[in-house]
Design a protein around this ligand. Structure first.
Ligand SMILES: Nc1ncnc2c1ncn2[C@@H]1O[C@H](COP(=O)(O)OP(=O)(O)OP(=O)(O)O)[C@@H](O)[C@H]1O
Length: 577
């Protein structure tokens, strides 16, 4: 808990003065309540017992004034507290989200998307309690206890001492429950994450679910996770309820003890009835803050369960980061060089790439092919610096990639991934995100070059048509042409195309070849593909197998001898037949 607090406290930095104001408000509110109870005692003894209306007005006026003032201060303090807490939540979410975006692809392969979403929503909200309840709650409870205790001592010290002796019972009750509540809270957070994952996976693949009649199976999956959640949340609620009922019994015990002792004190003429009533009222006020000090542990334990899940993200180091002393080349020509590059995924048993060396000169088209699992996509990931190689170096214009600022590298090396990245936005924005700030005319020109203009203008809203990652309203080939238009706009010197025709039928694939040729013209292009349609255009073909570069050369040269490439090529030729 201490570690979680230490890690998240800096996020309150800009708002610490507001936290101080909130604390002053809660202290003043506690002081107001103490004064109100003392005025109630005075009212009972001077106005009620004697039946004097004249003695009523003065304490009644004071009581009302104190209450109104307390209400104003309470309102200000609580509103400010909510504002501060929500700002904290916003900052925390932004920080974790920012960190997540720097993590390598294998982190996302190890974690379910829904669970990560839950961490960014549910867990972040729970941690808010660490700050509000942790800091403001403790200060408020401490001051309330001090004020009420001082007032109780002033009223009747013998009774007050008896009350204080009973107070630790609350503390003990809370301590007994804290460990169990934390365990249950952690299970509940994990179950929340699992439910979000199932929903996200199911609804994200709705076509597959329907086509394979997986409706029942998906429902069973949801039911299984929901049962785990039900168990955890019912156990949590039962524990909290049990704790509250025990506290109630303890409180009644304390009140009865005080009234018994008070009756004896009144018989001895050491206490008035007004003072005893005020005392009983103080008990009503004194025990809740003691209880909340005890509860503090419980609330913080639940928050810690969420904090642990966020710290797990924050403690995962990005695989790559900006160099401390970056080289900033003026312009990029587009020479890509790999020297004896080897790479193994974190935790993998064998190398994904071994001893790869080659050079692509400016404007060249290099085709990378090979059987499935040969390491082709890994190759693309190294060029974009999603990972650094374990051995050897990848260079752009002779500069090692890890010496270039990441932003610079990714501005000049554009990736067209297998899956087209679609944002929930208009088509114009989806193309325009290739180069932020691009004008509409530039977007339209890029779309024309990518053969996308005609089908975009045929849509009812044209470039302003809203598209969505899941309900894209466009065919695979059309989406690919949007992605090509985006890459055209990006105008990077180096292009990395990962299976640009994958998932397209022969006709759609042929339709993207023209735009692709226009996109590649004058740029260094490294194209990873099984589809060998563009092979005759390639300046060089690299054949990977088992992570090694087994062959390289021109299309005709490789076909002319017995090669893996020739086999792949004839297999491809036969496939359509
Ligand atoms: N995140 C990962 N963690 C561990 N191993 C991985 C990871 N990603 C890929 N691999 C392994 O690395 C090797 C190369 O994978 P890669 O995806 O680069 O192959 P590929 O040639 O692109 O395959 P395909 O043509 O099927 O897309 C494979 O053996 C694969 O199992």
């Amino acid at each position: 808990m201490r570690q979680a607090f230490r890690r998240f406290w800096p996020l309150v930095k800009g708002d610490r003065r507001w936290l101080a104001v909130i604390c002053v408000c809660v202290v003043l509110a506690a002081l107001g309540e103490t004064a109100a109870i003392l005025l109630f005692s005075e009212l009972t003894d001077h106005a009620l017992r004697t039946g004097s209306v004249a003695a009523f007005w003065h304490p009644a006026g004071e009581w009302l004034a104190v209450t109104v003032l307390g209400a104003i201060i309470g309102y200000l303090g609580n509103s400010l507290a909510v504002w501060t807490a929500e700002r904290f939540v916003m900052r925390l979410r932004a920080r974790v989200f920012g960190h997540l975006q720097d993590l390598p692809p294998d982190f996302f392969a190890r974690h379910r998307l829904g669970d990560l979403v839950e961490r960014l929503t549910g867990d972040v909200a729970v941690i808010e309690q660490l700050v509000l309840t942790g800091v403001v709650g403790t200060i408020s409870a401490l001051f309330s206890v001090v004020f009420y205790a001082a007032a109780a001592l002033w009223l009747c010290w013998q009774l007050a001492l008896a009350t204080f002796c009973l107070a630790p019972l609350f503390w003990l009750a809370a301590r007994r429950f804290s460990g169990r509540i934390k365990r249950v809270a952690r299970a509940e957070r994990a179950a929340d994450g699992a439910i979000t994952s199932v929903l996200e996976e199911s609804l994200g693949n709705i076509v597959l679910t329907q086509a394979y009649n997986r409706k029942r199976a998906e429902e069973r999956r949801l039911r299984r996770e929901a049962r785990a959640w039900l168990r955890a949340s019912v156990t949590g609620a039962r524990l909290t309820e049990l704790y509250q009922q025990i506290v109630q019994v303890v409180e009644t015990l304390c009140v009865l003890a005080v009234i018994g002792l008070g009756a004896w004190q009144i018989a001895q003429h050491r206490l008035t009835i007004g003072q005893l009533l005020a005392f009983a009222a103080f008990l009503g006020y004194l025990y809740p803050p003691i209880q909340s000090l005890g509860n503090l542990g419980l609330t913080l334990q639940a928050a810690t369960a969420g904090a642990e899940r966020l710290l797990e993200i924050l403690d995962t180091e990005p695989a790559v980061s900006d160099p401390p002393h970056p080289v900033n080349p003026r312009r990029v020509h587009g020479t890509v060089t790999l020297t004896d590059v080897g790479f193994r995924y974190p935790g993998a048993a064998c190398d994904a790439l071994r001893g790869i060396s080659f050079e692509a000169r400016p404007g060249e088209l290099v085709l990378v092919t090979g059987p499935s699992g040969a390491g082709k996509s890994t190759f693309a990931k190294l060029l974009l610096r999603f990972y650094d190689p374990d051995t050897g170096t990848v260079r752009l214009d002779g500069v090692p990639l890890d010496a270039l600022p990441l932003g610079f590298l990714r501005r000049h090396v554009a990736l067209l991934p297998q899956q087209t990245l679609i944002l929930h936005d208009t088509i114009a924005e989806n193309i325009g995100c290739g180069r932020p700030g691009a004008s509409r005319a530039e977007i339209v020109e890029a779309a024309r070059d990518a053969d996308a203009h005609d089908f975009v203008t045929a849509l009812p809203d044209g470039y302003d048509t809203l598209i969505d990652p899941h309900t894209a309203r466009l065919s695979g080939g059309q989406l690919q042409r949007i992605a090509i238009a985006r890459a055209m706009l990006r105008d990077a010197r180096v292009l990395v195309l990962d299976e640009p025709t994958a998932g397209l039928d022969a006709v759609a694939a042929r339709r993207v070849i023209g735009p692709l040729r226009r996109l590649m013209a004058g740029r260094t292009t490294i194209m990873i593909t099984h589809d060998l349609q563009l092979a005759p255009d390639a300046d060089r073909i690299l054949v990977l197998d088992g992570g090694r570069l087994v062959e390289h050369g021109g299309h005709a040269e490789l076909l002319g001898r017995r090669s893996v490439y020739a086999e792949l090529h004839s297999a491809r030729q036969e496939a359509p037949a």
